[in-house]
Design a protein around this ligand. Sequence first.
Ligand code: GTP
Ligand code: MG
Length: 300
Amino acid sequence: MNPASHRFGSVALLGRPNVGKSTLLNALIGQKISIVSPKPQTTRHRILGILTQPQAQFVFLDTPGLHPGRQRQLNRAMNRVALAALAEVDVIVLVTDARGFGDEDQVALDHAIAVRRPVVLALNKVDALRPRSRLLPALEALAQRHAFAALVPVSATRGANLDRLLAEIEKLLPEGPAVWPEDQVTDRSERFLAAEMVRERLVHALHDEVPYGVSVEIERWQEDDGRIGINAVIWVEREAQRRIVIGEGGARIKGIGRAARLALNELLGRRVHLELWVKVRENWADSEQALRQFGYDQDY
Ligand SMILES: Nc1nc2c(ncn2[C@@H]2O[C@H](COP(=O)(O)OP(=O)(O)OP(=O)(O)O)[C@@H](O)[C@H]2O)c(=O)[nH]1
Ligand SMILES: [Mg+2]
């Protein structure tokens, strides 16, 4: 290997909520490190994913979907996390839904342009585009909006065209040696990933506004004999939400616990004993102190 031709750099995945940024990150890394759901505003943190290839090391930053409106402290913190990530990257991948480009996509593009980094446009979910003949005119119209370094249609769920996306990104990375160990895929702790897996199961099991008022905190983490005991607190904002999370006779929380335990067994490669507690902290998403306690201020 010629060390001079090796590339290293960081790449932000930016876009409005729900376009598939986290799904794309997981597909690029080949491992589930960022949680995914059909509901917008799933990602709340900057999640770093490392992909090591012989000729390049890519450090991807998944970010919370940029969203205007809803100005709670948590939402503001999420937008701040996404925008702060832009300052530290070499390349921005703007992720959009191939089926349409709207005002919120334009807001994300404007932020990308403002920091003067090369922008690759990833038009995700092409598998869902009907009829396929819409793709070419869409690409032509988007090319008028900005001098993108590349426009690449992809499907994160099917893993389609990701090689092409990586090749376009690689061209834009500076030359340099790898910085992370080649077997490392994220900078996040197992503890953090475990809390996120529990939250993912909650988001999937809950409807309407409840997922937005839920946070997960790991209270106890004890390893012995290849087995891990984890106690997690599910924080909600109101007593009514606590009752919803617990469900009739505890049925919902049991289902969530079972699903989360299976996901954790797989993630950690060890047997997990998981205990969940649901507690109320009034309007925590508007409390600076609670946001700090739950780790929403550590990303920027
Ligand atoms: N059809 C289709 N669906 C996709 C694709 N990629 C992601 N999705 C779905 O889109 C939804 C949102 O995916 P996420 O990866 O959570 O989206 P996100 O952009 O990270 O969302 P936030 O974290 O809320 O900003 C999920 O239901 C995914 O399964 C794709 O290539 N095709
Ligand atoms: Mg996400």
